[in-house]
Ligand binder design. Structure first.
Ligand code: NAD
Length: 470
C-alpha cells in the first residue's frame, strides 16, 4: 500500500482544495515519487489550510477567475509540470486549452464551467449540459493532436465506473460460459456488450453514511461538495440513449450537435426520480443527476456498421446520496433552488455507514448484475486520512489516473473509457473495500424483487456476502 507507482520531478499545482483536493493529497504523496516542496495549492478559501501545512505543502488563497487564470498558470507552471484541477467554478476547458498549449499534464474529476455556468438561463439547456462540456473538451483534440496527457473526468463517477463496466462485462461473459480474452480495442468492448445483450447500465449509488449531528435548517450537508452537487443537479437530466428503446419520453430532446450518444429531458436532474438497485439496500429511489459517464460509456460501447449505429446501451446515474443530503436537496428544491447560506462536508464527524457505488448491467440473460465497491467509513479511515468512504472511492482512482498520465506522457486528451482499465483497477482496488459482483432478478419495472431470501443470513449485517456473489 506504500508502493510508488510513478516518479515526477516537475512542479504540481493543485487548484481547489476541498473534498477531492484534501483527500487526494496523501495519496499523491504516498504513490507518486515527489517531494511536498514540488506541490503548491491555490484555492478560493482557507478550507484545508491545516491539512496542507501538515503535509508540508504551500497553500495560497487566490481564486482563479476569467481575468487572472492565465497569469496564475504562467507563474506556477511550465512544460513538464502537472495541473491537478480539484476545483469548482473554474472552466476546465479553459485550463485544458492552456495546458495543452504549454506542455502541462492535466487531470480533473468533472468538466466544470465558470461560475453560474450550470444555471445560466440565457444559455440553452442543451448547451449547459455535460454533453456540451464533454464535446467542447474533446474538440480540443483537433487543436492539439499530440499534446501532453490530459485525463478528463476521472474520479469515481465519472472515472472508476468506466473500468467497473469493463470488468463487469468480462465477469458476465465468464458466467455465461463465453470463452473470451479481454478486448483491447474500443470496437471489441462494444461488440462484447452487444453480444451479451446488455441493454441498460445504471451507475447505481447508495450512500449510507451518517453523522450524529443532523442537518440544520438552511444548511446543505453532503459527503462531498454540496455546491458541486447542487450545480450539477440543476443541469438537465441526461442519459445515454440505447438502440433498444422504443418509448420516447414526453419531454426528451436531442442536442442537435455532437456525437449523438445521449438525450436530455427538459427538466433538471434534481426533478427526475429513478428506480435502481444496489446489493445492500436493494431497490431504491434515487435521482437521475447528469454526469459525464452517462454519455461517455454509451458512446464508447456503440457498435456501428456502415456508419449506422446498430447497438448502444442506455446509461444513466441513479444516485441516493446520504440521508442528510436527501433532506438538504429537499430543502434546496423547496426554496426555489436557492443554495443555503451554510454547507457542511460530512467527513470527520461521520459515525456510521458506508457507500455502495457500482454499475448495474441489465437486460441480459442473467437478469441484472451489479459490480462495484462497498466501502465503510471505518475502512476508509484506516486506509487514508482526510477521507470518508465516498471521497476515497473518488480519490483513489483520481490519483491512479494521475499515475497513468505520468506513465503515458504523450497520451493527449483522454476520457476514462480510453484508459487501460486493468492498471486503473489494480491501483484503485486496495482502497475500495469489498469489490463485489451480485446477480439480481430486480428490474425497474418490477419494483420489488432482487433478493434471494433463501441466501440471506439474518445474523450477517453485510447480507450481500450471502447473495450470489461471484
Ligand atoms: N468524478 C467524481 O467521482 C467526482 C466526485 C466528487 C467530486 N467531483 C468533482 O470534483 C470537483 C471538486 O469536488 P470537491 O467535492 O472537492 O468540491 P469542494 O466544494 O469540496 O471543493 C472545491 C474547491 O474548489 C475551490 N474553489 C472554488 N472556486 C475556486 C476558484 N475560482 N479558484 C480556485 N479554487 C476554487 C474551493 O475553495 C474548494 O477548495 C468538482 O468538480 C466535483 O464535481 C467528481
Amino acid at each position: 500500500m506504500q508502493e510508488k507507482y510513478a516518479a515526477f520531478s516537475g512542479r504540481m499545482l493543485i487548484v481547489g482544495f476541498g473534498a477531492v483536493g484534501q483527500g487526494s493529497l496523501p495519496l499523491i504523496l504516498r504513490h507518486i515519487d515527489l517531494s511536498p516542496k514540488q506541490i503548491r495549492i491555490v484555492t478560493a478559501n482557507e478550507f484545508g489550510k491545516d491539512i496542507a501545512a501538515k503535509c508540508g505543502v504551500e497553500f495560497r488563497v487566490e481564486p482563479l477567475t476569467r481575468d487572472n487564470y492565465l497569469a496564475i498558470l504562467a507563474r506556477e507552471l511550465g512544460a513538464g509540470d502537472f495541473l491537478v484541477n480539484a476545483s469548482i467554478d473554474v472552466s476546465s476547458v479553459a485550463l485544458i486549452d492552456w495546458c495543452q498549449q504549454h506542455g502541462v499534464y492535466y487531470i480533473d474529476a468533472c468538466i466544470e464551467p465558470w461560475p453560474g455556468g450550470h444555471t445560466d438561463a440565457s444559455v440553452l439547456a442543451s448547451r449547459r449540459s455535460n454533453y456540451a462540456y464533454r464535446e467542447a473538451a474533446l474538440e480540443l483534440r483537433a487543436k492539439y493532436p499530440s499534446g501532453p496527457a490530459c485525463v478528463l473526468m476521472h474520479g469515481a463517477n465519472p472515472g472508476l465506473v468506466s473500468h467497473l463496466v469493463k470488468q463487469a462485462l468480462l465477469n458476465l461473459a465468464r458466467d455465461l460460459g463465453l470463452q473470451i480474452s479481454p478486448p483491447e480495442k474500443r470496437e471489441d468492448w462494444a461488440r462484447l456488450a452487444a453480444k451479451l445483450e446488455v441493454k441498460v447500465i445504471h451507475i447505481a449509488e447508495r450512500d449510507h453514511q451518517s453523522s450524529p449531528v443532523r442537518k440544520a435548517a438552511d444548511e446543505f450537508v453532503n459527503t462531498w461538495s454540496s455546491e458541486a452537487f447542487c450545480g450539477e443537479s440543476l443541469q438537465p437530466a441526461e442519459l445515454g440513449w440505447g438502440t433498444h428503446e422504443r418509448n420516447w419520453p414526453h419531454d426528451a430532446c436531442e442536442y442537435g450537435f455532437g456525437g449523438g450518444a445521449a438525450i436530455y429531458l427538459d427538466r433538471p436532474g434534481v426533478a427526475t426520480k429513478v428506480r435502481s438497485w444496489v446489493p445492500f439496500e436493494g431497490p431504491f429511489h434515487g435521482w437521475l443527476i447528469s454526469h459525464g459517464e452517462a454519455i461517455s460509456i454509451p458512446d464508447y460501447l456503440t457498435v456501428r456498421e456502415d456508419g449506422k449505429v446498430i447497438y448502444r446501451p442506455t446509461c444513466h446515474y441513479a444516485y441516493h446520496p446520504c440521508d442528510d443530503a436527501v433532506l438538504s436537496l429537499q430543502e434546496f428544491a423547496g426554496n426555489g433552488w436557492r443554495f443555503p447560506p451554510r454547507q457542511r462536508l460530512l467527513r470527520d464527524e461521520i459515525d456510521a455507514g458506508f457507500d455502495e457505488l457500482g454499475v448495474l448491467l441489465m437486460g441480459h440473460k442473467r437478469g441484472a448484475y451489479w459490480y462495484g465497491s462497498q466501502l465503510s467509513i471505518a475502512e476508509a479511515r484506516k486506509l487514508c486520512p482526510y477521507n470518508n468512504a465516498t471521497s476515497l472511492q473518488v480519490n483513489a482512482p483520481y490519483v491512479a489516473a494521475m499515475v497513468w498520465a505520468l506513465r503515458n506522457p504523450n497520451a493527449g486528451i483522454v476520457e476514462p473509457d480510453e484508459i487501460d482499465y486493468r492498471s486503473l483497477l489494480d491501483m484503485s482496488s486496495p482502497y475500495l473495500g469489498n469489490l463485489v459482483g451480485v446477480y439480481t432478478d430486480w428490474t425497474p419495472l418490477a419494483g420489488r424483487g432482487g433478493l434471494y431470501p433463501e441466501d440471506i443470513d439474518a445474523s450477517d449485517p453485510w447480507q450481500f456476502r450471502n447473495f450470489r456473489v461471484t
